[in-house]
Design a protein around this ligand. Structure first.
Ligand code: ADP
Ligand code: ZN
Length: 722
């Protein structure tokens, strides 16, 4: 038997298939050990065949199997190939996506426990060997027992009987269960008519993809869980993707209670061993629902009956390391392979997704009301320019302070949200709210201190740094925003008795960082939660009646064509944490730009209005989805080598540009806006293209050659162009 093997080394020179002979049975998808040059390497069997073009005496032999089952199932093997093809990455690299990292690095061993039972009905044990007789008697009654337990009870008699062949031993794999304590009784809810209708629509539609556009608190989760339960009942499996942060303690408990051991929950709070075991349970089929962040789309399930992507607009669904895959695209491939449905859910769908739904490619379902007709919280816009004029330097407006006091007195909880994503150096006039923008691109400019100038990240145009506001002549130019730490400090001064929790990247490090904070807040061990983006997502805290957004402007002026979209999403999501049960909630939104249309639409929960406005503008400026922004990055520590690679890559790309210039809106090479990061020089070729077909040629041009010390990669619609 001949095996085609991909060696698990992510290097371009070995990114091809090698034939090996094999004298024991193997299947495609198995990991094997093979001689490779002077070493032994791990490889993946991608095909088994009868003959090789390579002469038999030259063929090396597979040494052994890494596992006795194919680690990559047929579907996943197909997916790995498609991903490698689409993103032009070595197959070894895309295959790795499908395995828990722990498995490759070999740090996790499977744990076994051995069980003993009697080997035969008849056996001879001398009457004076009392312990041995007792052991035999014990096993005759019980059938079998764990070896370690028997050793405790019967001591050396166990070894003695094993030696005589009276006992037989069987080794069985033990899986660690990270949720031993989880409750096992879930209240199965009766669906509301709206939920019922949505479930039916997904079941009955002929379209593969359904976009569930439901306001925050409209009960989308219950719809997903019902669909998943149906898939399970039909003997199929399911994949349920959520942004990592949405896997809050409540959500975990709910999933465990509902699906028990059928659910494998993959999240960053698990230890390496636990993660491996969850993967293993899915692979062998004892767990049939894979729940997790982006990478759970690579779960080793078979025969998927449904795939759900919750909060589909979330940025965490695009990978930022090679291969830079798009989760939705992978999900679609799996859906097509299995002939099942894909459900995308969001209160604030990505503009691109919504457009596809509106154009009829996806089924569009709307849930405009919260469960039990609970009202959406009222959003009050506060003009921070007035606070500056009044001489209030604190991060809290008078209005916010008043509402906060009210909330605390009533014994409710509050969330204060700060936008850290906008930590870029955008210049804002504190007197009138003016923000410097590019003349060509209508995106905010970014201040670069080393050159003391403003730059547009989309076209590279440079502008002189401002000394006064061109709109009002004011000289209070600066960056808005304070840190979470400062906010907590101020809160303690204002409300000494209030219990405050802080949640940001600094407080959530470590294995369970944000779970701990969120569960403490859920248990009402704090009155106020102060945090960044992490507090905005998916949480369901019934006692929260006030949400304060301290600096809505920060994301509004992030230098990104999606900054309006991001802001609308953030405001809506964070507002959605307020008033989810019991009392009516409210939201105080502080801004230097209260007339801004994005904030107006967000205040009124007017997604449609926002969408119409946004899509018109994107069409006029030819930004996605009407074009694709493609950036080819060339980075390396040695400037000369990097420049040489850039020259070559640029030459190849120029050929593509030359052949398809009518499909290009923009094509230029330049320094990346930030010229050096971590000692690496950064150059880029920036493009904006209108035909997706050109993309393939761009990837082709870029992967023509690989460089030793220079990294070259392609980014599609990158969210950060620094
Ligand atoms: P979404 O995901 O749309 O923001 P959730 O799924 O979190 O909304 O639901 C909002 C709240 O309504 C939750 O507290 C949930 O427990 C509750 N809920 C959902 N469906 C029902 C139902 N059919 N009956 C009663 N309560 C429900
Ligand atoms: Zn520009």
């Amino acid at each position: 038997m001949i095996c085609e093997v991909i060696v698990d080394i992510a290097h371009s020179e070995v990114d091809r298939i090698f034939d090996y002979a094999c004298d024991f049975p193997v299947q495609a998808g198995m990991r094997v050990a093979v001689p490779f040059g002077k070493y032994t390497a791990t490889g993946f069997v991608v095909r088994v065949k009868e003959e090789s073009d390579c002469p038999a005496e030259k063929l090396k032999k597979i040494l052994r199997k890494a596992e006795d089952y194919p680690a990559i199932n047929r579907e996943c093997l197909m997916l790995a190939k498609k991903i490698a093809e689409r993103y032009r990455c070595p197959l070894a690299l895309s295959l790795r996506l499908f395995l828990p990292a722990e498995m490759r690095t070999g740090k996790v061993s499977e744990r076994y426990r051995s069980y003993l039972s009697l080997n035969a009905e008849e056996f001879a044990i001398p009457p004076r060997a009392k312990a041995q007789l007792a052991l035999a008697e014990y096993l005759r009654e019980r059938g079998e027992e764990e070896a370690s337990l028997l050793r405790e009870k019967f001591g050396s008699a166990v070894t003695a009987l094993l030696k005589k062949g009276v006992l037989k031993e069987e080794k069985r794999q033990v899986l660690r269960d990270p949720y031993k304590g989880a409750a096992a009784n879930a209240p199965v809810r009766t669906l509301t008519p709206a939920q019922e209708k949505a479930v039916r629509a997904v079941r009955e539609t002929e379209k593969t993809v359904t976009l569930l556009h439901g306001v925050t608190g409209s009960g989308k989760t219950e719809i997903y869980l019902t669909l998943i339960a149906e898939a399970l009942a039909a003997g199929k499996t399911a994949i349920f993707l959520v942004p990592e942060i949405s896997l809050t303690p409540q959500m975990l408990a709910q999933l465990r209670a509902r699906f028990g051991g059928f659910a494998a929950i993959l999240h960053s709070g698990l230890s390496a061993g636990e993660r491996f075991d969850e993967w293993r349970r899915l692979r062998e089929g004892s767990a049939r629902i894979a729940i997790g962040a982006r990478s759970a789309i690579f779960a080793p399930v078979e025969n998927a009956g449904i795939i759900v992507i919750d909060e589909e607009h979330d940025g965490s669904y695009s990978s930022e390391s090679s291969p830079r895959y798009n989760t939705f695209d992978v999900a679609l491939l799996r859906t097509q392979y299995n002939g099942c449905k894909l459900v995308l859910g969001s209160a604030t769908p990505a503009v691109e997704t919504y457009r596809r739904a509106r154009e009829g490619e996806f089924q569009l379902l709307s849930l405009p009301d919260r469960i039990n007709a609970r009202p959406l919280p009222e959003v009050q816009l506060v003009d921070m320019r007035r606070e500056v004029k009044r001489g209030n330097p604190s991060p809290f407006s008078a209005r916010l302070r008043e509402r906060l006091e009210h909330c605390l007195q009533a014994g409710n909880q509050a969330i204060l949200f700060l936008n850290r994503r906008g930590y870029s150096q955008t210049v804002i006039c504190r007197d009138c709210g003016y923000v410097a923008k590019c003349k060509n691109c209508d995106v905010s400019l970014t201040y670069h201190s080393e050159e003391d100038c403003l730059k547009c990240h989309y076209c590279g145009t440079r502008y002189k740094m401002l000394s006064a506001c061109p709109e009002c002549g004011g000289v209070h130019l600066g960056y808005v925003g304070t840190g979470t730490q400062k906010v907590v400090g101020e809160l303690k001064k204002l409300y000494p008795s209030a219990r405050v929790l802080r949640m940001d990247v600094d407080t959530t490090s470590g294995k369970e960082g944000h779970y701990k904070i969120l569960s403490a807040f859920a248990r009402k061990e704090a009155d106020i939660l102060v945090g960044t983006q992490m507090v905005a997502k998916g949480h369901d805290f019934p006692s929260v009646t006030l949400v304060g957004i301290l600096d809505a402007d920060m994301s509004l002026h992030f230098p990104d064509y999606r900054s309006g979209e991001r802001t609308f999403q953030l405001v809506t999501q964070v507002a959605g944490r307020s008033g989810r049960a019991g009392e009516t909630g409210e939201v105080v939104l502080q801004t230097y730009d209260p007339e801004n249309y994005i904030l107006r639409f967000a205040k009124n929960y007017d997604y449609e209005g926002f969408y119409e406005h946004e899509i018109t503008m994107r069409a006029a400026t030819m930004f996605p989805p009407f074009a694709k922004i493609v950036r080819v990055m060339v980075t390396g520590e040695d400037e000369k080598e990097t420049l040489e690679a850039l020259k070559e890559v640029y030459g190849n790309l120029q050929a593509v540009y030359g052949a398809h210039s009518e499909e290009f809106l923009f094509f230029n090479r330049m320094h990346a806006p930030v010229k050096r990061i971590q000692r690496k020089f950064r150059y880029q070729v920036l493009m904006r293209i209108t035909a997706p077909a050109v993309l393939k040629e761009i990837y082709g041009a870029v992967s023509e050659k690989r460089y030793k010390n220079v990294l070259v990669y392609v980014e599609e619609n990158p969210s950060n162009l620094s």
